[in-house]
Design a protein around this ligand. Sequence first.
Ligand SMILES: Cc1cc2nc3c(=O)[nH]c(=O)nc-3n(C[C@H](O)[C@H](O)[C@H](O)COP(=O)(O)OP(=O)(O)OC[C@H]3O[C@@H](n4cnc5c(N)ncnc54)[C@H](O)[C@@H]3O)c2cc1C
Length: 290
Amino acid sequence: MTDLSFLSALDANIVFDHPSLSAFGSGGDIAAVIYPATAKQLVQATALLDREKIPYFILGNCTNVLIKDEGIDGVVICTKYLCGIEVKDDLLYVAAGESMPKLCKLSLEGSLSGLEGLCSIPGTVGGGVIMNCSAFGREFADVIEYVDIVQGGEIVRYSAQDLDFGYRYSKAKSLGAVIGAGIKLKSGDKRKIANDIKGYKIARGRSQPQGISLGSVFKQVDGVSAGYYIDKAGLKGMRIGGAKISEKHANFILNVDRATSADFLELGNYARQEVDKLWGVGLQYEIDII
Ligand SMILES: Cc1cc2nc3c(=O)[nH]c(=O)nc-3n(C[C@H](O)[C@H](O)[C@H](O)COP(=O)(O)OP(=O)(O)OC[C@H]3O[C@@H](n4cnc5c(N)ncnc54)[C@H](O)[C@@H]3O)c2cc1C
């Protein structure tokens, strides 16, 4: 096991032998989790780890990441406490750790439109930038002006065009830790924005299950939901250990009873194999597995 005691030199809060952060509720311990609360602390942490040549993962709210049961014998930088929102007319500068629901609430208060469909996504702004999170035909990239990324101990600003946003893709992933993003919204009618948010929440409640999950497990295939194929394969309700394919939405795996990450993966891999066998369709995980 690598000696990580040098991390104590950092200003940020550090927790050693941290339990898994995955929103699926499974996974082993993490040797060290660093929680930067300011941009300066994030720059300092990445610079130190780079200097010591220690690889690390960057996480937000871990709502799209499964941590394996053996855990992580290494370092995670969790950006969820890197918070702050500055509003200047219709341009918002949002720190990476702010939650999407909070950002949406603030934009509603300011009668700003553009995020209505994304309000129930339970991740952070940093995670949203990396995943280019989307819902109801709108994607986060639609409103992103620029993204600040830590690279080699410096903060570099990338315009949205430089980041090649696509379906669940952003070049930002290969560039470094997201510190914050400039979000451009449009002035709108407060009542309409509130009604739209409500409508999307109702639609989500109708189509998606309650309970512990990582949201959609697999990416769409040529615009078709992976859930369509998993449902057609008759796998809704299938259970392995404590993990179960939702009866309501076949692309969701729920933790119904102390599921392990191995349960999740066995079930996901089985679904993938069946869909491939039946239609020759190769499902790709949307979630990260670390
Ligand atoms: C119930 C539920 C519903 C969901 N619905 C949707 C939906 O409608 N649409 C959708 O797109 N997604 C959805 N998701 C998935 C997930 O919430 C999104 O992908 C979200 O954007 C992930 O944000 P996060 O902060 O949790 O990121 P994490 O899960 O922590 O990380 C996701 C990726 O981003 C990277 N990352 C995170 N923060 C940073 C940072 N600061 N700098 C660099 N890299 C970073 C991680 O390394 C990882 O690769 C849902 C998830 C759940 C549990």
